[in-house]
Design a protein around this ligand. Structure first.
Ligand code: F6P
Length: 341
């Protein structure tokens, strides 16, 4: 038996831990051959493949990124994409694929399953916004990094009596903002799920200044002002044609400075949140996902994604896994609001 493995979409701490678990269990327990496809779906599309052996995964558990490389290539947007993938898999004698990715990568996996390709999905995203699993690996690491940044920014903000706006990732869901904001004791947390009133934010900031403390505002990159003011979003191009990395944080820091007359600074954490070594929690979760993905392949249970439910790893249909995003419930957000101001 020969299986293929690929990593697609934005990278994420823990990807290498999944690859290692798939290779170790696939080779040592089942005696399979494992083929690594490079750069997400581009690999099986263009035949970019090489065997991965035990030595290749010896030292990668703690390493961030992915030894296979990644891309956001969608074969359904390429001419004859699915047919080319099927041909490459047949040419390389690949019986099944383990696809590690987020919503887009798993969406492709679902469609390929419908066309007869044997795929098992593994969920990854620092954003934690995949509905069928309680947690995705990478999220804990991102929250840890963002929390440490908030702790550090607080001491410099206090020294200079400034407001500090920390923009974290999360285009559609505010999980990183909510968890790092709670862990870091933020005075305001803003998420895409609840458009914010900038006047209310300014009131909270002012209240904090009146108590002689420096306000810390954590804002998810996808949070938007309720009045529809124009704010550039991550991924959009600015007037110079450059792709923006963050926009709402800088916009908000300017608004706060303008409306309060106090100094304000914005910090866009960006890809720092996605890089580097995974936390122990993410290494364990990623490893368990990899092991259970191999079990699914072994049992011939395709078109499924491994998922965490409580402390158990279960399987869900890829169709269910990609049906909707998991956003922050307003009741969860309300818990954090108790600490605002
Ligand atoms: O999907 C994960 C994510 O980190 C988002 O939170 C963020 O908006 C996006 O990727 C950034 O993508 P890129 O690396 O392509 O700039």
């Amino acid at each position: 038996m020969r299986i293929g493995v690929l990593t697609g979409g934005g990278d994420c701490p823990g990807l290498n831990a999944v690859i290692r678990a798939v290779v170790r269990k696939g080779i040592e327990v089942h005696g399979w051959e494992v083929l690594g496809f490079r750069n997400g779906w581009l690999g099986p599309l263009e035949g970019l493949a090489k065997p991965i052996g035990l030595d290749d995964v010896e030292d990668i558990l703690a390493r961030g990124g992915t030894i296979l490389g990644s891309s956001r290539t969608n074969p359904y947007k390429e001419e004859n994409g699915p047919a080319r993938i099927k041909a490459v898999l047949a040419e390389h004698g690949v019986d099944a694929l383990v696809a590690i990715g987020g919503e887009d990568t798993l969406g492709v996996a679902r469609r390929l399953t419908d066309e007869g390709v044997n795929v098992v999905g593994v969920p990854k995203t620092i954003d934690n916004d995949l509905a069928a699993t309680d947690y995705t690996f990478g999220f804990d690491t991102a929250v840890h990094i963002a929390t440490e940044a908030i702790d550090r920014l607080r001491t410099t903000a206090e020294s200079h009596h400034r407001a500090l706006v920390v923009e974290v990732m999360g285009r559609h869901a505010g999980w990183i903002a909510l968890h790092s904001g709670l862990a870091g004791g933020a005075n305001v947390i803003l998420v895409p799920e609840k458009p914010f009133d900038v006047r209310r934010v300014v009131e909270l900031v002012q209240r904090r200044f009146e108590r002689q403390y420096a306000p810390i505002i954590v804002v998810a990159e996808g949070a938007m002002p309720a009045d529809g003011a124009e704010v550039l979003q991550t991924g959009e191009k600015d007037a110079f044609g450059h792709v923006r990395l963050g926009g709402v944080g800088t916009w908000l820091a300017d608004e706060i400075a303008h409306r309060t007359g106090k100094e304000s600074r914005a910090v866009v954490l960006g890809h720092v949140q996605r890089g580097g070594t995974p936390t122990a929690y993410d290494r364990v979760l990623a490893t368990r996902f990899g092991l259970h993905a191999v079990d699914a392949v072994h049992e011939g249970d395709f078109g499924v994604m491994v998922a965490l439910r409580g402390t158990d790893i279960v399987r869900v249909k890829l169709a269910e896994a990609t049906a909707e995003l998991k956003t922050v419930p307003l009741a969860r957000y309300a818990e954090a609001e108790v600490f605002f101001g």
